[in-house]
Design a protein around this ligand. Sequence first.
Ligand code: MLT
Length: 308
Amino acid sequence: MYQILVADSINAEGLEPLLGLKEAEIIQKKTNDPEVNLDQIDALLVRSATKVTEKLLNQMPSLKIIARAGVGVDNIDVPAATKKGIIVINAPDGNTISTAEHTFAMMASLLRNIPQAHSSVKNKEWKRNAFIGTELYGKRLGIVGMGRIGSEIAKRAKVFGMNVNVFDPFLTKERAAKLGVESSTLDELLVAADIITVHTPLTPETKGIINEEALKKTKKGVYLLNCARGGIIDEQDLATYVGNGHVGGVALDVFETEPPGEHPLLKYENVIVTPHLGASTKEAQLNVATQVAKEVRYFFEDLPVSNS
Ligand code: MLT
């Protein structure tokens, strides 16, 4: 009997493909639950809450496959898993649209002060002059990382009448032309953009790609967004540049440490935040759960597995 541990909150309907697996027991519990026999688990399904460390892997000698119901595998020690012969799979495209839409919602909210105005009206105020915003139309959006999510953001930005600069070493001229965006170096983007949004994975190359050195090249009043991974924009350097008035506003859905607790950026009125909600829609959660559940089923049925 295979034991499949679903350690994070994963859409139940999406897990249905696993129900068809003969001889499988699905256990929905945290990895630190005393009722879970870690040494007997064959498959582990997670979102981002469970940190799949080498220490955890050492406690799971039967583990054969780890499935991440989402894109980023930065909560999984992939090299340690690979060394042990454990396959790591993800769901690379199930939440693209949701994350792009959330980023766009954050951008519009930031430039129109919607969270601040909302709180003000709820506090029985009516301050129409306190929330003068800025149009997206005609502004230059700098997108760092033109993968699936970055490309969906670019399409939406074009519809809003924005100009788009993209920094992505893998973006070909043909694709840039097709999407109607300008391919730039990072420096060109930093200098030109009114709004900058990052859409790369968190890797040693992208960690702190927007740091003090980058921020000092940006326009005064620039807006910055991170709905990708905490740490792509250096949070301490960003706090310095919000504090000194250079940055006009910030929207963050992700933090280096989640939840962020006492954080230097949270005290600023022009910093708006959400608790890592990019992929939190019914559609995205169903998509990613179905995608990984199918792959895990294929794995145990000895069929080819993709996205590993
Ligand atoms: C992802 O990497 O897929 C997103 O950040 C969503 C999530 O953490 O579930």
